[in-house]
Design a protein around this ligand. Structure first.
Ligand SMILES: [Zn+2]
Length: 321
């Protein structure tokens, strides 16, 4: 593979991977812009995930003017010293060296970081001063902290807001705790709630959609609420209150200038996004001056951040770390 990293210019081609609990997204990135991208559903087995990621990277970067110099992988899990500390939604064993596991399929320098940290790096330049906290909502809840444009990872998991405790007597969380934000509200939890409402027959719209054995997802719950379904709206409203409580904890611990909400479910024009903001406005600390923002999936922040991280690591400049 030609060493196109020589010189390490910003227009060096880098491959980026956003490895989530439901989707795997891959992009070819140059000069801070996505030049080509692909998205596939995450296969169930870990072996298939490795070959899928490698195949997507090779296909997405083939035929371009230059070969990729490096691969940046943002992964839905805690990453410590380049290895997986834990990735509850992907099935990795703690301590997995993902870069080493990918190497037989993908002979490129590969750099791993947490996916919410990748998202944070992707938007860091928008708020170069002060503290910015990022909270992502997909299959799970993630987060990251940026201070003066640089990532503050702690020992790897700083800002993993999915595991702030909202209800100490609440449901069990795979992290070992109880009542974590992620155990109360996440794409997975909302999907489970949608399927329960459909089974109970208490939501006609959800029951109709589940006919034929289709498994429902969080978007079905949102659709039901937007069509006036009180049960679905009740679930989403309680979840939004939990998420707003999580925002209070972020303010209490970081008092950030900005909180960036990332992910389609948190968009301000959705039923859930509006409910989160309503609860936040009602319950925010009186002194809090933190501003809320939203970053949509179409902005590719996680991919751009993973690419930036890989470029920095491969050239020794380590942006945002
Ligand atoms: Zn937890």
């Amino acid at each position: 593979m030609p060493d196109t990293a020589a010189g390490g210019g910003r227009d060096t081609l880098v491959a980026a991977v956003d490895w989530g609990g439901t989707w795997i997204r891959v992009a070819a990135v140059s000069a801070g812009r996505v030049v080509r991208k692909d998205r596939r559903a995450k296969p169930p087995s870990l072996a298939e995930q490795y070959t899928t990621v490698a195949g997507m990277v090779l296909r997405t970067t083939s035929g371009l003017a230059q070969a990729p110099a490096a691969v940046g992988v943002g992964l839905a899990g805690v990453v410590q010293d380049g290895v997986v500390g834990t990735a509850l939604n992907l099935g990795f064993t703690d301590g997995t060296d993902v870069a080493a596991a990918l190497r037989p399929h993908l002979p490129l320098p590969t750099y791993l970081l947490n996916d919410a940290q990748a998202t944070a790096l992707g938007v860091a330049a928008r708020w170069p001063h002060g503290t910015t906290c990022v909270l992502t909502m997909g299959t799970g809840i993630g987060g990251a902290v940026i201070r003066d444009g640089s990532l503050e990872p702690g020992l790897g998991g700083a800002g993993d807001f999915g595991h702030v405790v909202i209800d100490a007597g609440g449901p069990h969380c795979p992290c070992g705790g109880t009542g974590c934000l992620e155990a109360l509200v996440s794409g997975r939890v909302l999907a489970e709630a949608a399927n329960v409402l459909a089974e109970q027959g208490s939501s006609p719209l959800l029951a109709a959609r589940a006919r034929g054995g289709r498994m429902l997802h969080a978007g079905d719950l949102r659709d039901a609420a937007e069509h006036g379904d009180d049960r679905a709206a009740g679930v989403l409203d309680r979840s939004a209150a939990a998420l707003a409580a999580g925002l209070r904890t972020i303010v209490a611990t970081h008092d950030p200038h900005h909180i960036v909400l990332a992910g389609a479910p948190l968009a301000p024009d959705t039923w859930f996004g509006r409910a989160v903001r309503t609860h936040w406005d009602r319950t925010r600390p009186r002194w809090a001056r933190t501003q809320l923002h939203h970053v949509g999936d179409d902005e590719d922040a996680a991919l751009l951040g993973a690419a930036s991280y890989a470029l920095g690591r491969s050239t020794g400049t380590r942006p945002g770390s």
